[in-house]
Design a protein. Structure first.
Length: 322
């Protein structure tokens, strides 16, 4: 009776959250006195999961699953859970898993709790801490069903190395046409950039940048830091930046280690979507900007003066520490 973890991948490469949920599953398995088994779909280098405590990997190889399909992926998880006799299933809290986890829960009669922030506080009764009300509070939730599904909030548990030797087993699932009744027809991806979901650092710009022609310094700062670029809702609405970069409650939620907000006043919807980030730095010319109340560090100043100086200092630092 192992703990089962669903590990996400893209074009054969594991996403960062795959290693985080693997780390989490390993910790839960330790608490329950069992082992952690992963299910991977069309992923390469499955042995790498052993670095995070996964002792067995059920590898599904199926060309029909190259594009994410909630129903078909859920079927694979369900089949793996039944084979392994898993009573605890770990997934991330990505947008994809929030589609498939309810399908798995309904089929297995499982309790599903998303946005979990830490390892279980207790296993009898099974109790987890999760964020609620757009990260404004926490709830300590008991899962009373026989089978439990835990959605781990991104960048909350972290990557914890626990090297074991992972055995790789081919795992096949019998699919029918009904399993693909819903299909993805097109996927738009940002090419050559760090994705917001996987980024440790995000550099975000708002209307204070005054126009799309000034975005060069945002991209330069992000490039130096190895960060993803993002923007506020008004910026994407005006067409200055693509909607894929819009972060906030109505865009993409961000839970990175460092979030740098430049020229963003801090509307409540934006703050709600980035509040899970561990360190928030705000650069704004308006000392009364709401974002300063939520910031860990703030600079009151004109972005067109502050950011170029910050870029210059970072370049000097990197050159001295190369």
């Amino acid at each position: 009776m192992s703990v089962l973890v669903y590990t996400e991948s893209d074009n054969g490469k594991f996403k960062k959250n795959a290693f985080e949920v693997a780390s989490y599953a390993s910790e839960v398995a330790k608490l329950l006195g069992t082992t952690a088994t992963a299910i991977s779909i069309n992923a390469d280098e499955n042995e790498s999961l052993g670095q995070y405590g996964i002792s067995k990997v059920l590898h599904v190889s199926n060309d029909k699953l190259k594009l994410f399909n909630a129903k078909a992926n859920a079927k694979a998880i369900i089949a793996a859970a039944k084979q392994e006799g898993a009573k605890v299933i770990i997934v991330s809290s990505s947008s994809d898993t929030k589609f498939l986890a309810p399908i798995v829960a309904a089929e297995l009669g499982a309790g599903y709790v998303s946005n979990v922030m830490a390892a279980p506080e207790s296993t009898a009764p099974f109790t987890v801490k999760r964020s609620v009300f757009s990260n404004k509070g926490f709830a300590h939730t008991q899962i009373l069903t026989d089978i439990k599904i835990i959605g781990v909030s991104n960048n909350s548990f972290g990557l914890v190395e626990n090297n074991v030797s992972a055995s790789i087993e081919a795992f096949s699932v019998e699919y029918t046409d009904a399993d693909f009744s819903t299909k993805s027809t097109e996927v738009d991806k940002v090419v050559g950039k760090t994705s917001i979901a996987d980024a440790d650092i995000v550099v975000s710009g708002g209307r204070g940048l005054k126009g799309p022609e000034n975005w060069g310094m945002i991209e330069e700062l992000a490039d130096i830091l190895g960060a993803a670029t993002a923007c506020s809702k008004p910026v994407s609405d005006m067409g200055w930046r693509p909607h894929s970069e819009h972060v906030g409650q109505t865009g993409k939620p961000v839970a990175c280690n460092l979030y740098i907000a430049i020229g963003i006043s801090g509307a409540i919807q934006h703050l709600a979507g980035v509040s899970a980030s561990k360190t928030k730095v705000v650069i704004n010319i308006d000392p009364e900007a709401p974002f300063f109340k939520a910031a860990d560090y703030g600079i009151v100043g004109d972005a067109f003066d502050v950011v170029p100086k910050l870029i210059e200092k970072l370049k000097e630092f990197k050159a001295q520490n190369a």
